[in-house]
Design a protein around this ligand. Structure first.
Ligand code: SF4
Length: 337
C-alpha cells in the first residue's frame, strides 16, 4: 500500500478540507472531478481548489453508462430523480479505475456522516464503498473518528488521531476548520446536483418515460430553456435568454427543427421529434407567447430550419413562416414539463 490517494474534489468546502487534512500529513494526492452531462458541481472551482492545494487534477467524464445508473437504480431514488447510492457507487468505481492507473492505494472524500439523508448515513457509506470494491479504502477525514478505521489508518499511513469526528448537517465545525487551515474562500454549500431538483427531475422522468434510448446530449438539453411535451414523441424547448438561444442553435440535428424569430428579438424553439402540422404551429405559438408584444414587427415572421447531419458542409433548409396565432397560458401549462 502506498501513501498516495485519489481525492474527490467538487470545489466545495468539505472536499477541500478533506484533501487539506491529508496533505498536512504528507499524503500524496491526485484530485478527481467527475463531470456530469449537466453542470452539477463547478469544474472551474474544483480546478482552482486543486491548484491552491498544489495537487494534480484529473477530470473524468460520466459516460452513457451513467444514464443507465440514473434510469435503473438498484437502491432507488431520493427526493427527486437522484439515485444517490447508485450514483456514489458508480463514482467510486470511476475513482477506483483512476487509483489503479496512477498507483494510488485509497480514496479520499469530503463526506460527513449524517450530512445527507440518503448516501451519507452510516450503513449507506459502508454499503457504497463495499459495492464499489473499495471496502475499508475510503478515507473520510472529516468523519473518520466516528467511522470504522480504514486500512491506510490501520497500516499507519494516515494518523487517525489527526482526523476528525464531525457528524450532521451543521457547517459550523467545517467553517472553524477552514479558518484553522487558512482556507479563506469557498462557495456556499447548497445548489449542487440537478437530479435533486424537482423541475429537472420531472424532465428526466419525462424523457425516460418517452424514450427507450436516451443519450448524453439529450440529458444535457434538460438544463436548457422551457420544455413542453406536445405528444409522446415530440418535445419543444424554448430559449429563455440570448445565451440559451445561442446554445440551443448548436443542437440542431437531423430529426429536429429550429425556429428563429426573423429580425425581431424573441425566443428560439428547438423541436425534437417527428414534426407534424400541429407541432410546427405550436412552435410558432410559443415564440409569439414569449415575445414582448411591443417588440413584434407588424407582420412577424419566423425562420424554420431543418436539421442536417453535422460536419458535412450542408446548410439547413429554411422556410419562412408567418406568426399570427397565440396560445392560452392554461394550454401551455398543461404541456409544460
Ligand atoms: S446528489 Fe446527485 S451527484 Fe450527488 S450522489 Fe446524489 S445523484 Fe449523485
Amino acid at each position: 500500500m502506498t501513501k498516495k490517494g485519489v481525492a474527490m474534489i467538487s470545489g466545495g468546502l468539505d472536499s477541500t478540507l478533506a484533501a487539506k487534512i491529508l496533505l498536512e500529513q504528507g499524503v500524496e494526492l491526485c484530485g478527481l472531478y467527475l463531470s456530469a452531462p449537466w453542470g452539477c458541481c463547478d469544474k472551474t472551482k474544483a480546478m482552482k481548489v486543486a491548484a491552491q492545494l498544489g495537487i494534480e487534477f484529473m477530470v473524468v467524464k460520466m459516460t452513457q453508462e451513467y444514464i443507465g445508473v440514473i434510469r435503473n437504480p438498484k437502491y432507488g431514488y431520493g427526493s427527486s430523480m437522484n439515485p444517490c447510492i447508485d450514483c456514489r457507487i458508480y463514482m467510486f468505481k470511476k475513482a477506483k479505475d483512476l487509483m489503479a492507473e496512477i498507483g494510488a492505494s485509497f480514496l479520499v472524500t469530503g463526506e460527513v456522516l449524517g450530512q445527507r439523508p440518503m448516501s451519507q448515513m452510516r450503513h449507506s457509506l459502508l454499503l457504497i464503498e463495499r459495492q464499489a470494491g473499495l471496502d475499508r479504502l475510503v478515507v473520510r477525514p472529516l468523519s473518520a473518528k466516528v467511522l470504522p478505521p480504514t486500512l491506510p489508518e490501520e497500516q499507519g499511513l494516515i494518523d487517525r488521531q489527526r482526523l476528525y469526528g464531525i457528524t450532521g448537517r451543521s457547517r459550523k465545525e467545517q467553517m472553524e476548520l477552514a479558518v484553522r487551515y487558512g482556507i479563506l474562500e469557498y462557495p456556499n454549500p447548497a445548489g449542487g446536483c440537478l437530479l435533486t431538483d424537482r423541475e429537472f427531475g420531472n424532465r428526466v422522468r419525462d424523457l425516460f418515460e418517452s424514450q427507450e434510448e436516451v443519450d448524453l446530449e439529450e440529458m444535457e438539453l434538460l438544463q436548457l430553456g422551457r420544455h413542453f411535451r406536445a405528444n409522446p414523441l415530440t418535445k419543444l424547448i424554448v430559449g429563455r435568454n440570448e445565451e440559451e438561444n445561442a446554445t440551443l442553435a448548436e443542437y440542431l440535428a437531423p430529426g429536429r427543427l429550429f425556429f428563429v424569430p426573423d429580425r425581431f428579438p424573441g425566443p428560439v424553439v428547438l423541436l425534437i421529434g417527428p414534426p407534424d402540422e400541429e407541432t410546427r404551429r405550436l412552435a410558432l405559438r410559443l415564440i409569439l407567447h414569449y415575445t414582448k408584444k411591443q417588440k413584434l414587427p407588424p407582420e412577424p415572421k419566423v425562420i424554420c430550419r431543418v436539421g442536417v447531419p453535422r460536419g458535412e458542409g450542408q446548410r439547413p433548409m429554411e422556410e419562412v413562416l408567418a406568426l399570427d396565432e397565440g396560445i392560452e397560458a392554461t394550454q401551455l401549462e398543461a404541456m409544460r414539463i
